[in-house]
Design a protein around this ligand. Sequence first.
Ligand code: ATP
Length: 376
Amino acid sequence: MNTTGTTGRAERESRRWGPRGTAGATFAGLLAFENVSKQFGKTEVVRDVSFSLAPGEIACLLGPSGCGKTTLLRIAAGIEKPDRGRVLFDGQEMAGPNRFVPPEKRNIGLMFQDFALFPHLSILENVAFGLKNLPRAEARTIAGHALERVGLAHHAADYPHHLSGGEQQRVALARALVPRPQVMLMDEPFSGLDQRLRESVRAETLTLLRETRASCLLVTHDPVEAMGLADRIFLMRQGRLVQSGTPEQIYRQPADAAVARFFSDANELAGPVTGGRVETPLGGFPVPAGFHGREALVLIRPQGLKPGGAGTDGLVVEARFQGDDVKCSVLFKGVDERLTALVHAREAPQRGQTARFEIDPEHVFVFEKPVSPPIS
Ligand code: ATP
């Protein structure tokens, strides 16, 4: 749903960002992790992680708090050293058994949750800070262009505390991008922003990143943010890489029950497996190839329980209006817990009504029991 209000806000935000297509282009770099591990004390917080970023790719490192995302980002930046494994930029070893390249020699742009602007420097000086190798006048000219691009040229002489959170975010982005890094590393760059601003700032950041063609690895714990931003998601759990793929691949083919639950709410049913199908009170579902167990767990997303068709009757014990959709709690015969159905408002049953529900197989996932540990 996009209301006139949010469109208006997005347009206003977009105007504030200055003309598109004016950010300096960069030669995109390729970042690779090879069997990277890192331990703090006795705890291994990053465990044998391997993946690589294609040039120009925008990727999200996604996972719950404490799963090791920031540590991996700091290893890429050169702020932490890996205990084992290697980090490569464009095939060159940045960290590994033979070499350690310090952060300032890595051609990376860094951006953190708190934006880390220098309070005693003007906005222009903050952005020019990343261009210390250039003559001062040239650095200030380039910084001025970058501020124009993010729509903040009129704040050049101001100090960070004069700016709103959204504006500070844009200064931090301009500062990280002016040296034309091959790789941008961003740690929860939107979480300090007001919820209403977040979406438009994200969209503009994405446009700017595409324009510069830098590869980007962005840390987030928010699956919705990752799906909205990333070409590819790298999902971590307890220090390990659990699954990687496009947002659509991970959403449609979650590797295990915990991944499915992390991406959306799900109703859960268990049932015995016979003849390649798991039987539940809501019908039978095929088990995936290579399934070995005698019992299976069936996850059904709320939007996969739809009214009508040749389904199963259920008593609607609650129906909550949510705008376009109505969230129904439904009791089915043989199921102890109420299941949740997310139904389009036009076809939603009323509370107290018995309605027939069919299941959309696109929103059904069958996994073996025992279940993988929770991801959040
Ligand atoms: P969050 O989003 O909460 O920052 P995260 O997934 O980014 O979570 P990390 O910040 O990488 O996770 O932390 C992983 C684990 O390592 C945590 O248990 C954390 O307490 C621990 N840790 C991180 N840095 C250090 C350090 N310098 N010394 C000791 N333990 C650390």
